[in-house]
Design a protein around this ligand. Structure first.
Ligand code: SAM
Ligand code: SF4
Length: 528
């Protein structure tokens, strides 16, 4: 379900990496800093690199927050090498797509985008196997309509100038060198565990190599860089654990992002301090299973201790974390939230199914009852904690009774939002070979029922909040006069009215006056 107040989920596309979604409108953020200067200020890339290439890059991101943040790091590294980021592929020497393969549709989008860049004289490329690109392939063979679909990109690529086209991220890792077969105009393929090598890979291409890859996943390093080019001026993302060691039977992440690697706590805390000094008031700790964090340093800080320590950094007003795995979610995390008002009162705890039988087939490592015990910990907390989740419908073998159990879980937990997906069979995953596949139409039916049920739950829950006052971090300004938007600590979107001239980045008090399933409407009543 496309809720408007939850973290972005896999499957979305963001271009350029220069602007960010703010609910009411798209606003250009701090933008791309000039050469030799980063948005954080003070964290300058090495001088000898500045202007070294004078070249340009375009970076488009598909997928989840982890990908968004990876793109921020990639951009930072390239800017430090003297590259300049541009808004469109036309003006770029290097065109990079940071990709997502969590569901088939997400992966198809990338091949569709690559199809747009197919040179007119290409005779080699295999079918890109998507609706869009299949159409193009036919067009290509009869040689007539190629430019009709995507004239500007085609002209740009055909004009030559030796553009470098690269595929990064999960599709790169999953498809590997096969991408060169399917789209021979691609010359760089690099998975997330190898981003550290990107400048070197690009340099090799510029030196005349035809194709380069970075596809190792057996690294024990995390991709840390001080020169991250952050897109949002108030909220900073920080990866604390990369990869995933869980083996959910439907999921490509363990194949595409490699094994779990945690970042040393001292390094995380050092970066949080620098971020606070640079003016960021909110940090979001990221990981596919963020609460499986295992400090590699001697201190062996637990995840809950790390949360508490980050929450105490001077200048930090909000700490978020996503995504938590139910197996590693314990009372200590709830206690940390209770003890530190700066830790936001929101936990995203994906369940995937309400049926223990399906959870078993998914290899999720917990039963419905065990999951509900974790929910009970949060419901018993001294301050209300907003709970959100992910669900998959139509997993192979999911019976009508299993699906009913998922619906009854919605009623029982009363989530504040749910991201629901139709099961998508993915390469290499054990569920690919499971019997009793559910037809697409039936998956669609179940998804619609689930979303309707959840929408009603959210409507009722949000209506109960009318009359309450919330602290809101203002991150959006509407084109309509005096209209602003922001997020509460529980991560709800609050749209509100205020005659103030400038509020972006401020914390304000807003009283909710009406409610919708995905957001609240309020009036500003003061500064926080
Ligand atoms: N690590 C997180 C966890 O364990 O819950 C989730 C990360 S995954 C990138 C985001 C969500 O995508 C999952 O929670 C799941 O609901 C969904 N997802 C993953 N693989 C899927 C598949 N093959 N088909 C449909 N949805 C899928
Ligand atoms: Fe995928 Fe499961 Fe790992 Fe989440 S915990 S990333 S769903 S394998």
């Amino acid at each position: 379900m496309a809720s408007d107040w939850l973290p972005q989920r896999c499957g979305k596309v963001r271009g350029m990496g220069k602007s960010f979604d703010i609910g009411l409108e798209r606003l250009t953020g701090a933008g791309v800093p000039p050469l030799g200067e980063t948005q954080e200020g003070g964290l300058k890339p090495p001088l000898q690199d500045a202007g070294a290439t004078g070249s340009t890059f375009y970076l488009e991101t598909f997928g989840c927050q982890m990908n968004d943040h990876d793109s921020e790091k990639v951009a930072g590294v390239l800017l430090a090498r003297g590259y300049r980021q541009v808004d469109g592929p036309e003006a770029a020497k290097v065109i990079l797509y940071n990709t997502c393969s969590i569901r088939e549709k997400a992966a198809q989008k990338v091949f569709s985008r690559l199809g747009e860049l197919r040179p007119a004289d290409d005779q080699e490329g295999k079918s890109l196997n998507t609706e869009d690109t299949e159409k193009e392939h036919r067009v290509h063979r009869d040689g007539r309509v190629m430019e009709k679909n995507h004239p500007s990109l085609r002209k740009i690529v055909n004009a030559g100038g030796g553009k470098i086209i690269g595929v990064l991220g999960c599709v790169a890792q999953q498809e590997g060198e096969e991408i060169f077969e399917r789209a021979p105009w691609v010359s760089l393929v690099c998975g997330s565990a190898s981003y550290r090598k990107l400048p070197q890979l690009i340099a090799e291409l510029e030196a005349g190599n035809r194709r380069v890859t970075g596809l190792d996943t057996d690294t024990d390093e995390t991709f840390e860089t001080e020169i991250t080019r952050r897109d949002n001026p108030w909220r900073a993302y920080l990866t604390i654990i990369e990869g995933c060691d869980k083996a959910c039977s439907y999921c490509v992440v363990p194949f595409t992002r490699g094994p779990e690697r945690s970042r040393a706590s001292a390094s995380i805390l050092e970066e949080v301090r620098r971020l606070a000094e640079a003016g960021y008031s909110e940090v979001q700790l990221l990981g596919q299973t963020v609460n499986s964090y295992a400090d590699p340093s001697a201190g062996k800080m637990r995840f809950s201790e790390l949360l508490a320590t980050v929450a105490e950094v001077r200048g930090i007003r909000r700490v978020r974390f996503t995504t938590s795995h139910p197996r590693d979610f314990g009372k200590d995390i709830v206690e940390a939230i209770e003890a530190h008002p700066t830790i936001c009162d929101h936990v995203h705890l994906p369940v995937q199914s309400g049926s223990t039988a399906v959870l078993r087939a998914m290899a999720r490592t917990y039963s419905r009852e065990e999951y509900l015990e974790k929910i009970a910990l949060m419901k018993a907390a001294r301050r209300p904690i907003s709970i959100t989740t992910d669900m998959i419908v139509g997993f192979p073998g999911e019976t009508e009774k299993d699906f009913e159990e998922t619906l009854s879980l919605l009623d029982e937990v009363q989530y504040d939002s749910v991201f629901a997906f139709k099961y998508s069979p993915r390469p290499n995953t054990p569920s690919l070979k499971m019997p009793d596949a559910i037809p697409e139409e039936e998956k669609g039916r179940r998804l619609a029922i689930l979303m309707d049920r959840q929408r009603e739950i959210q409507r009722v829950r949000n209506e109960k909040l009318v009359g309450e006052t919330f602290e809101v971090l203002v991150d959006g300004k509407s084109r309509r006069e005096n209209q602003w938007s922001g997020h509460t600590s529980s991560n709800r979107v609050m749209n509100f009215a205020s005659p103030e001239r400038e509020l972006l980045g401020d914390y304000v008090q807003v009283k909710a006056v009406s409610a919708m399933p995905n957001s609240l409407v309020g009036e500003m009543v003061g500064r926080a």
